[in-house]
Ligand binder design. Structure first.
Ligand code: C2O
Length: 533
């Protein structure tokens, strides 16, 4: 295994998109940011220097950070931010994952423009478990605001209301052709007869996205850096935070084909309905040829989302077994609500607040991981409720308990305990799925469905053999998802909705996982350059 060194300078950069110019935060002046290339078992060392007037942290989304939680990155969870003029060296080893992941800023909304792909090849000498592609291409999906993104979230926090939606979606940084502006579109160049591995990342802040290429089928081979049983489909569906690898064979007549991404929401109210486009172009396409178009899914095409999601299964082979916990020590049920809570500084005296089991999570002013490591009192409590305070119909009638309580509450578990977590989406206010992301682990998605979770009947249908293994799960709006994982990575691990607006509203919590007794079962000591608050 190798050590891979990277230098990331966080710098401002000017750009013009959608006919409008702004200065925005980047790594090394790139958008999307630089790609990290590594193999499974390699160590990655990234020296991050902050040259912008904002506090910054970087998170390596989906990297398990086994015993190395100090490098996970969420601000005030595992570290204090890197202040302007300061630097921090992230240092982690990639264990037991291969495929595509990504990195992003993990403080306020900076990840809108501060993100990039992580390519993890299998160990040297171990082939892909699918036909070797002729080439590989990275496709990062994002969102673009003409205004300053930090100002958008500040404004929303002050008013207590929802933030402005983005002005466009982007494919590798480009919104695609916009009437009246200079053409800005990404082109995916291919040659007839060749097969390409597309590594697709949904780096959008607030939108789940469909991805489609006119005239071509895609073979899905991996999700969130875990191999899946290959299947063919025409529309990919990714929640913010999710990644997938697909094979594309250039087996259609030479020409140009439309690539489109478009948002999904269950209920089309106040949504961001912008489609971004790019072009798949065969070598030898005559100039001025027409681009072949395709239909795109409707904004509320739930059936298209399920066609994709229901097809995902772990590869579950001897080399890559699905180690699903079969017994459960912590049986958790988290109800996700969006309601209101009092706010002295807000215009209406209330603000929108999101909650898990009626707890709206409040970020501390020092890092939770340090507070736990050094036993600093008064930073958090350990009484995060394992179930909601009252049972209600999560999918129909509005509950009377929309009011949430603020708290920095954590849930503590012993090293190696097995956890089942049922995430129940409610149909209240937010018309979309909630993509829940767990730091520090991959989990198995043992079941999901629409309506209220039935604790008697639904577990009987759980897939404990080859469920997909992921780090981010779209919890259906007015539906549920059940995940299982073994808490074999000591530290403090964030669980949150990866729609940035919901995280801002408090839709987050964290697990504390104790050290084990064994020699390789405890969190390593903090590095000397760990930033101070
Ligand atoms: Cu991709 Cu906590 O984030």
């Amino acid at each position: 295994s190798l050590v891979r060194h990277y230098k990331f300078s966080v710098v401002l950069k000017n750009t013009t998109k959608l006919c409008s110019t702004k200065s925005f935060v980047t790594v090394n002046g790139q958008f999307p940011g630089p790609t990290i290339h590594a193999r499974e078992d390699d160590t990655v060392i990234v020296r991050v220097t902050n040259h912008v007037p904002y506090n910054v942290t970087l998170h390596w989304h989906g990297i398990k950070q086994f015993r190395s939680g100090w490098y996970d990155g969420p601000a005030y969870v595992t570290q204090c931010p890197i202040q302007p003029g300061q630097s921090y060296i992230y240092n982690f080893t990639i264990t037991d994952q291969r495929g595509t992941l990504w990195w992003h800023a993990h403080i306020t909304w900076l990840r809108a423009t501060v993100h990039g792909a992580i390519v993890i090849l299998p160990k040297r000498g171990i082939p892909y478990p699918f036909p070797k592609p002729d080439d590989e291409k990275i496709i990062v999906l994002g969102e673009w605001w003409k205004s300053d993104v930090e100002a958008v979230v500040d404004e929303a926090t002050k008013s207590g209301g929802p933030p402005n939606i983005s002005d466009a979606h982007t494919i590798n940084g480009h919104p695609g052709p916009v009437a009246g502006c200079i053409f800005q579109g990404y082109t995916l160049h291919v040659e007839s007869g060749k097969t390409y591995l597309l590594r697709i990342v949904n780096a959008a802040l607030n939108d789940e996205l469909f991805f489609k290429i006119a005239g071509h089928k895609l073979t899905v081979v991996e999700a969130d850096a875990s191999y899946v049983k290959p299947f063919e489909i025409d529309t990919i569906f990714l929640s913010p935070g999710q990644t997938t690898n697909v094979l594309l064979t250039a087996n259609q007549p030479v020409g140009k084909y439309l690539i489109a991404i478009t948002p999904f929401m269950d209920a089309p109210i106040g949504f961001d309905n912008l489609t971004a486009t790019a072009t798949l172009r065969y070598k030898g396409t005559p100039p001025y040829s027409k681009t072949m178009l395709s239909t795109i899914p409707a904004v509320n095409a739930t059936e298209v989302t399920f066609r994709f999601i229901d097809s995902l299964r772990s590869i579950n082979t001897n080399i890559y077994p699905a180690r699903v916990p079969l017994t459960i020590e912590h049986d958790l049920f988290f109800a996700i609500t969006v309601g209101v809570n009092p706010c002295d500084t807000c215009l209406q005296g209330i603000r929108i607040a999101s909650a898990i089991n009626n707890i709206t999570f409040v970020m501390p002013t020092t890092s939770l991981l340090e507070a736990n490591y050094y036993n600093i009192p008064g930073v958090f409590t350990e009484d995060f409720p394992p179930r909601p305070p009252m049972v209600f119909d999560y999918t129909g009638v509005q509950p009377t308990n929309l009011q949430s309580n603020n708290g920095t509450k954590l849930y503590r578990v012993k090293f190696n305990s097995s956890i089942q977590l049922v995430l129940q989406g409610t149909a209240m206010i937010a018309p979309e799925n909630h993509p829940f992301h767990l730091h520090g682990y991959n989990f198995f998605v043992v079941g999901q469905g629409l309506g209220n979770f039935d604790p008697e009947k639904d577990p009987l249908t759980f897939n404990l053999v080859d469920p997909v293994e992921r780090n981010t799960i779209g919890v259906p709006n007015a539906g549920w998802a059940a995940i299982r994982f073994r808490a074999d990575n000591p530290g403090v691990w964030f669980l949150h909705c990866h729609l940035e607006v919901h995280t801002t509203w408090g839709l987050k919590m964290a697990f504390v996982v104790d050290n084990g007794e064994g020699p390789n079962e405890s969190l390593l000591p903090p590095p000397p350059d760990l930033p101070k608050c």
